[in-house]
Write a protein that binds this ligand. Structure first.
Ligand code: ADP
Ligand code: ZN
Length: 219
């Protein structure tokens, strides 16, 4: 099973993607998390990726696609979070899966108005432990203890690219590149849309339940 999480920065792709992984026993492959880990380790890939990420731009396709394919070589049931982000990546993914005799099962599109996204993303904090990677929000989903991850007790940190100016740049990139994937996957007959109200109290549970229901119809 291959599930794609689509949505602008800050829609909760990571949080909801992880919930879907738990429900269906899938692996979580998040390109943003992989890049951040490579940057932390200052690998060759990380140093190149950092130049783009810190400006809110996409890492070039030739780097991203081969990185994802080498991860997918070792995985069969996956939630793809943050990939594909361009039509070219989507087409490469299709070909790659075809060569394995597989295909995309469903595409979950999380829909949140832009003004809510800047609000939500600028108050986001994430777990510094990469094995955990839980995401919290000082305004909308605060941890039980300030600055500490509920799940693993590690310190919570702010992402460098979660500053308002970089967030706006990422939203721009999303509208220019990634939004085109909505039409692409509608045409493939794979996409379903979930409208999210970030002010709803149980937004995580409600969104996850809707996603699980739709995925079950398509399995
Ligand atoms: P968000 O969706 O909140 O922006 P991610 O963690 O998914 O966060 O991605 C962070 C950054 O990593 C992106 O702004 C982009 O620079 C880079 N990135 C992640 N996935 C891709 C991808 N598929 N193609 C190119 N760049 C990517
Ligand atoms: Zn944690």
């Amino acid at each position: 099973m291959y599930i794609i999480m689509l949505g602008a920065p800050g829609t909760g792709k990571g949080t909801i993607g992880k919930e879907i992984c738990k429900k269906f026993n899938l692996s979580h492959l998040a390109t943003g998390d992989i890049f951040r880990e490579e940057i932390k380790k200052q690998t060759e890939l990380g140093i190149i990726a950092d130049k783009y990420i810190s400006k809110g731009q996409l890492v070039p396709d030739e780097i991203t696609i081969s990185m994802v394919e080498s991860k997918l070589d070792k995985l069969d049931d996956v939630v793809l979070d943050g990939y594909p982000r361009t039509i070219n990546q989507a087409e490469c993914l299709k070909k790659y899966l075809e060569s394995k005799g597989k295909s995309v099962t469903a595409v979950v599109n999380l829909d949140v108005p832009d003004e809510d996204l800047v609000t939500r993303t600028s108050s986001r904090i994430i777990c510094s432990n990469k094995e955990c990677g839980a995401s919290f929000n000082t305004k909308f989903m605060p941890p039980k203890q300030e600055g500490i991850c509920d799940k693993c007790g590690s310190p919570l940190i702010k992402r460098k690219d979660d500053e308002p100016e970089t967030i706006r740049q990422r939203l721009d990139v999303y509208h220019k590149n990634t939004e085109k994937l909505i039409e692409y996957y509608v045409n493939e007959g794979l996409l379903f849309n979930i409208n999210i109200d970030i002010y709803c109290e149980n937004v995580k549970e409600v969104t996850t339940a809707k996603a699980v229901e739709e995925i079950n119809k398509r399995r």
